[in-house]
Ligand binder design. Structure first.
Ligand code: 13P
Length: 250
């Protein structure tokens, strides 16, 4: 019922040539996978190049961010309309790096999510607690706020275009992954939130993917969990061999 989604978030990595080389390898080596969705999110400057390479393939293109306006005096920003125009299917919003480094809050992230949906793009909405929040028993409150404020005003019908990425901040880029059990428990909690905000059908059909030090050696255990529907992969998505193994989870 929920098609698994494996997404590579390349963050601020790779030149045009490097991006083209990596995506060409992925397109060739993952062409036989039809029971899952594979997505790559390069830097803005590589979107057009990567779009040309994934065109006609099984891979889909994502942007790492957007600005919630269509056109106008917004120096330095990129709109969902333009991301669609360049060939994106998805946009990542609310990544913890943007929340922490650029001060993005839930209301702004919600505007971005709605702007993407209005432009016909799918959204990967990132949520996740810091280590301090987890250790001081604030994790569930934080996730509840991020999910309910992030999805504010998004209808049940529009939820077909939303994926939630649970990325505990303490697991991002640290080599420390949430255990299979920790991740499963949190995903089940988030699914419960969707049931409360929407209904049992939305809870059952919305994909909730895990991110935070996903590697070839832990993907299979994570994907075996009932409520884990995929992965948002950072570091390991930069190496073709590793990302291919993750995409080929069993
Ligand atoms: P790492 O896989 O490098 O921990 O990054 C996870 C992430 O932030 C993906 O968006």
């Amino acid at each position: 019922m929920r098609i698994p989604l494996i997404a590579g978030n390349w963050k601020l990595h790779k030149t045009l040539d490097e991006s083209a080389q990596l995506v060409r390898t992925l397109v060739a080596d993952l062409a036989d996978l039809h029971d899952r969705e594979i997505v790559v999110a390069p830097v803005f400057t590589a979107l057009a190049t990567v779009a040309a390479a994934v065109n006609g393939s099984t891979l889909r293109l994502a942007a790492q961010n957007c600005y919630p306006a269509t056109t106008g005096a917004y120096t330095g920003e990129v709109s969902p309309l333009l991301l669609k125009d360049v060939g994106c299917s998805y946009v990542i919003v609310g990544h913890s790096e943007r929340r922490q480094l650029l001060g993005e809050n839930d209301a702004f992230i919600n505007q971005k999510a709605k702007a993407c949906i209005a432009a016909g793009l799918k959204v990967i909405l990132c949520i996740g607690e810091t280590l301090v929040e987890r250790e001081t028993d604030r994790m569930l409150d934080v996730l509840n706020r991020q999910v309910s404020d992030g999805l504010n005003g998004i209808s049940a019908d529009e939820m077909a275009g939303v994926v939630i990425a649970y990325e505990p901040v303490w697991a991002i880029g640290t080599g420390v992954t949430a255990s299979d059990e920790q991740a499963q428990e949190t995903h089940a909690f988030v699914r419960g939130l969707l049931q409360g905000l929407y209904n049992p059908e939305i809870a059952a059909t919305t994909r909730i993917i895990y991110g935070g030090s996903v590697k070839p050696n832990n993907i299979d255990g994570l994907m075996a969990q009932e409520d884990i529907d995929g992965a948002l992969v950072g570091g390991a998505s930069l190496k073709a061999e590793d990302f291919i193994r993750i995409a080929r989870f069993v």
